[in-house]
Ligand binder design. Structure first.
Ligand code: NAP
Length: 320
């Protein structure tokens, strides 16, 4: 069994993880960053990025993540392709077991595991997942060229996905459970100006209808949130964009969390209730959830980890 030890281990490769890597490496802490199954995280499933500061022109999410990864590596972060399956934060050093079989130990840990798309939980949604039901327009939109699709949700993700699909599908219906959108105004303006997109207000997805052989979606049953009436509309694809949930299962029972699963951190800090364990980015942020805030939190986590390690050294020196 291979083992690896590091002063600082960062789990996660989104803006929080890579930024923590950049700062920890520049503090000469020789951080080890474990990328997980989906290197680059949620930003790799988005296209145009217009609100990450520093770029006057529109940039692409996957490109931005490649740049962050290259920068983290360039300044000395060791990036490892592994997925952590188990974590033991009760022992010192902290212990993590990777899918590769490697056991990693760390004096400080930065949890930057991000968030993943939320689903409605309908049995018919589950049945057609990957066969016409998707949570990622940039990943699966291509399959719906010239076809009719719906997008469920009213936040930035739903509106961006609807606009993106407007370039591919023949018609897009955005289905939102209320009468106003949560998305930024600039995105709303673009949505309303797009002749291929229609918004269906006060409605929710009630059931997905489709065929068995081959498994494919043929229609959506939509229910009015006002009257309870249902309508069935023919569609080929259904995109669920109703928000995200934190990827914190690995640490359940080991660090304090909110009932929603977001890791609890001290005010104005990334410190969890376990000394030496820090959480940054979407796994601990249920308010802002932006790439730039995640990057800022990653920076804070690395600075706090550095301070924590310096404290450990002082204690060890005093004991000698
Ligand atoms: P979000 O802002 O939480 O919006 C989720 C949407 O889904 C809301 O409109 C919500 O309706 C709806 N919804 C939730 N549960 C539902 C259910 N069971 N049935 C029907 N509808 C449901 O999530 P998001 O759009 O994924 O965005 C997450 C975060 O990432 C946000 O902070 C967002 O600003 C950020 N983000 C930013 C950008 C960007 O800056 N370009 C792009 C994407 C995401 P209600 O409105 O009724 O609650």
């Amino acid at each position: 069994m291979a083992t690896r030890h590091a002063n600082v281990i960062i789990i996660g490769s989104g803006p929080a993880g890579y930024t923590a890597g950049i700062y920890a490496a520049r503090a000469m802490l020789k951080p080890l960053l474990i990328e997980g199954i989906h290197p680059g995280g949620q930003m790799t499933t988005t296209t145009d990025v217009e609100n990450y500061p520093g770029f006057a022109d529109v940039i692409q999410g996957p490109w931005l993540m490649e740049q962050m990864r290259a920068q983290a590596k360039h300044v000395g972060t060791e990036i490892i392709r592994d997925h952590i399956l188990e974590a033991d934060l009760k022992r010192r050093p902290f212990s993590l077991k990777g899918d590769s079989g490697t056991v990693y130990t760390a004096d400080t840990l930065i949890i930057a595991t991000g968030a993943k798309a939320r689903w409605l939980g309908l049995p018919s949604e589950e049945r057609f997942k990957g066969y016409g039901v998707s949570a990622c327009a940039t990943c699966d939109g291509f399959f719906f060229r010239g076809k009719e699709v719906i997008v469920v949700g009213g936040g930035n993700t739903a509106v961006e996905e609807a606009i993106y699909l407007g370039n591919i599908a023949s018609h897009v219906t955005l289905v939102h459970r209320r009468g106003t959108l949560r998305a930024e105004k600039i995105l709303q303006e673009r949505l309303f100006a797009n002749p291929k997109i229609e918004v269906l207000w006060n409605a929710e997805l009630h059931e997905v209808l489709g065929t068995d052989n081959p498994l494919s979606v043929t229609a959506a049953v939509l229910k009015s949130t006002r009257t309870g009436e249902t309508v069935t509309i023919p569609v080929d694809g259904i995109f669920i964009a109703i928000g995200h949930e934190p990827q914190s299962e690995l640490f359940k029972g080991q660090v304090d969390m909110k009932p929603s699963g977001y890791i609890l951190v001290k005010p104005h800090s990334t410190a969890t209730n376990v000394p030496g364990v820090f959480a940054a980015g979407d796994v601990a942020d249920d308010i802002y959830r932006q790439a730039v805030t995640a990057a800022g939190l990653g920076c804070m986590a690395a600075l706090e980890a550095e301070k924590y390690l310096a404290g450990l050294e002082r204690v060890a020196a005093a004991a000698e």
